[in-house]
Design a protein around this ligand. Structure first.
Ligand code: ATP
Ligand code: MG
Length: 234
């Protein structure tokens, strides 16, 4: 469904993505792991068009998206849950959700609206009149996921959904990701938490210094202590 081929990205003269190639099949969850500064967020930003690649191709549903502006990429059905949640602090929870709403595209099977998001995250309904900043970290993550769902994506990009969360909340995030996969969503998740990635993903990619250096199943990663030590600092 999503395919990157030999993608190169720069910040000024810094060559950040140095030929990134991978694919996310329809209906699957792929996790991208790697140390701080490896280029994970740059990969996500390059896919959604917030940062432009200089070389290589990015295809989504057989359409070349590398040169499209970010609002058009979003309209094709790619939703983003950004690193650090980026909740609007001066809006209520309800307003944060409503402002993201977009009608489902013809081929999106499951339409999302505010009631369905509230069914998935009842705590957001209970607190819908609270401001975005009055939520705990876990609730803010739920709001960030809910806001992305309101755009009715076919494909969800999540940048470190477990960052800064307590272990029990990370488990809940893992369960939510599994539920979303059951609805037919395809997911690319950036993570530093190996156990969350291995629980939720069908396939694992490891990035180091702007390239994919390892690819395999969650079990293959869990059994490979050398790779965990070399690239993930475990
Ligand atoms: N706006 C920017 N301008 C210049 N350099 C940047 C910018 N954003 C990121 N970089 C650099 O690009 C490299 C990759 O950063 P990126 O944010 O993609 O890493 P990451 O894998 O997401 O790390 P983290 O796990 O800490 O979020 C780093 O060396 C970083 O310093
Ligand atoms: Mg990052």
């Amino acid at each position: 469904m999503l395919e990157l081929q030999e993608v190169h990205s720069y910040y000024g003269t810094s060559h950040i993505l140095q030929g990134v190639s991978f694919a996310v099949p329809r209906g699957k969850c792929v996790a991208l792991l790697g140390r701080n500064g490896a280029g994970k967020s740059t990969t996500i930003h390059t896919i959604v068009g917030l940062h432009k690649s200089r070389r290589g191709s990015i295809r989504f549903s057989n359409q070349m998206i590398s040169s499209l502006p970010s609002h058009q990429i979003s309209r094709l059905g790619i939703g983003l849950v950004p690193q650090g949640r980026r909740i609007f602090p001066s809006l209520t929870i309800r307003e944060n959700l409503i402002m993201a709403a977009r009608k489902k595209t013809v081929d999106a099977k499951n339409g999302w609206d505010i009631d369905k998001v509230y069914d998935l995250f009842p705590v957001l309904k209970e607190r819908e009149k609270n401001m975005g900043t009055q939520l705990s970290g876990g609730q803010q993550q739920m709001l960030a996921i809910g806001r992305a769902l309101m755009t009715n994506p076919q494909f969800l990009l999540m940048d470190e959904p477990s960052e800064g969360l307590a272990p029990v909340i990370i488990d809940q995030v893992g369960e939510i990701i599994c539920k979303l996969k059951e609805t037919g969503l395809s997911i690319l998740m950036v993570e530093q938490n190996i156990s969350l990635a291995c629980k939720a993903a069908d396939e694992i990619l490891i990035m180091n210094k702007g390239t994919i250096v390892w690819q395999g199943t969650p079990n293959e990663l869990l059994e490979n202590e050398t790779i965990q030590h070399k690239y993930l600092g475990v």
